[in-house]
Unconditional design. Sequence first.
Length: 78
Amino acid sequence: MTSPPEWFERTLIVATNERERASVRHVQSVLRLPETGDLDDLTRASLRGFQGLFGMRPTGVLDAATAIKIEEVRHRHA
């Protein structure tokens, strides 16, 4: 996958509307976290761990590159 998945709209530091919260819940589901829809401390820490594991800069921000990698991993383990 070279383009961001359809659930990804923009880089998220904070989810500000329901569509963004749905994107965060999707990521939380893939990372097996509580699905709150908030980019809380646990979610950001898990994103940093995920990003570091895959050689990405561990920012804890949900960006396009992270969204693409999350979908690649999700499809591999589906």
